[in-house]
Ligand binder design. Structure first.
Ligand SMILES: CC(C)(COP(=O)(O)OP(=O)(O)OC[C@H]1O[C@@H](n2cnc3c(N)ncnc32)[C@H](O)[C@@H]1OP(=O)(O)O)[C@@H](O)C(=O)NCCC(=O)NCCS
Length: 186
């Protein structure tokens, strides 16, 4: 898909690893506080490559990326999870992240997601604004969630009509809900 500004939005596929993985890591490591190893990227991309979307300019430079996953959450609802999102500094504020996240959400919905979750640092105004505009609700504050000691908000988008009420009781009793959704090697 190409937009009015000539940007292409591309769904990742494992056949594109040699073309895109290095650029994905570079873009994300510039902006996110967590230092993820190559195994973390492969954990997501091998299993849920179709939930990763890239924004590329006309020369194939990578301007934005979203990486996510979708799986049953503790034997309960089908939960999508937005793991990483970044847009190159010079290209922010043009709706690139919004479009990438929408594309990931659309595939999750097609694949029968009940809810979609993510965490963001409590100081990340741009990310919080973006997710709230897409309908995500703040579900809880996670104290000192990140390795750098910063706290996070968890955001959840309830995709199905009855998901919100049926999940309320579940969350309250959900003992280790605050664990990061990354593999232990992260
Ligand atoms: C968060 C991020 C992905 C947003 O990318 P983007 O392409 O600029 O986002 P969009 O243009 O789609 O829109 C984001 C919304 O946030 C707003 N916004 C952008 N920068 C902002 C800022 N510094 N303060 C407040 N709002 C801001 C935009 O105005 C827009 O809202 P609006 O359309 O209602 O005006 C980008 O800032 C980024 O890469 N940050 C570093 C990595 C990061 O924090 N990732 C998120 C981790 S959860």
């Amino acid at each position: 898909m190409t937009d009015r500004e000539g940007l292409q939005y591309v769904q990742y596929h494992s056949s594109k690893e040699s073309t895109y993985l290095a650029a994905i890591r570079q873009l994300i490591s510039n902006d996110l506080s967590e230092p993820y190893s190559i195994y973390v990227y492969r954990y997501f991309l091998y299993q849920w490559g179709d939930l990763c979307f890239l924004a590329l300019d006309e020369h194939d430079n990578m301007l934005g990326v979203v990486i996510s996953k979708l799986e049953p959450h503790r034997g309960g609802p089908m939960r999508g999870y937005i793991a990483m999102l970044a847009v190159k500094k010079e290209h922010r504020g043009k709706g690139i992240a919004t479009k990438l996240v929408r594309m990931a959400i659309d595939v999750m919905i097609e694949r029968d997601a009940d809810e979609i979750a993510l965490e963001t640092e409590v100081t990340n105004t741009a990310a919080m604004k973006l997710y709230e505009r897409l309908g995500f609700l703040r579900s809880k504050r996670l104290h000192r969630y990140y390795l750098n000691g910063n706290s996070a908000f968890r955001f959840v988008l309830f995709v199905k009509e009855n998901a919100f009420t049926s999940r309320l009781g579940y969350d309250e009793n959900d003992g280790d809900e605050d664990q990061p959704e990354l593999p232990p090697s992260a």
